[in-house]
Design a protein around this ligand. Structure first.
Ligand SMILES: [Ca+2]
Ligand SMILES: [Ca+2]
Length: 87
């Protein structure tokens, strides 16, 4: 039972994290993140990393793709300012 609770907590924690990124970077609120939205938000996208994160090659990142790519797309070095251009 305790183990199940831990798994549930872990799962919801990662969901919250992805939602936070979605809220910050999904500028046109279509539920997906384009490369342009990342750069407009003050982040540097290294060549090939967005394409690497875009597992189904549809040109945008879904919530799951964002979650999997958080470590290398949305870290402090790539997003030194993390500025919120939506005010
Ligand atoms: Ca979007
Ligand atoms: Ca995609």
């Amino acid at each position: 039972m305790k183990k199940l609770l831990a798994v549930v907590l872990l799962f919801s924690a990662s969901n919250v994290h992805a939602n936070w990124i979605m809220e910050r970077f999904d500028l046109n609120e279509d539920g997906a993140i384009e490369k342009r939205e990342i750069t407009l938000s003050g982040c540097t996208v290294r060549a090939g990393t967005f394409e690497h994160a875009d597992k189904n090659n549809n040109g945008v990142l879904s919530g799951k793709e964002v979650r999997d790519a958080t470590a290398y797309l949305f870290n402090k070095r790539r997003c030194p300012e993390m500025k919120n251009i939506r005010g």
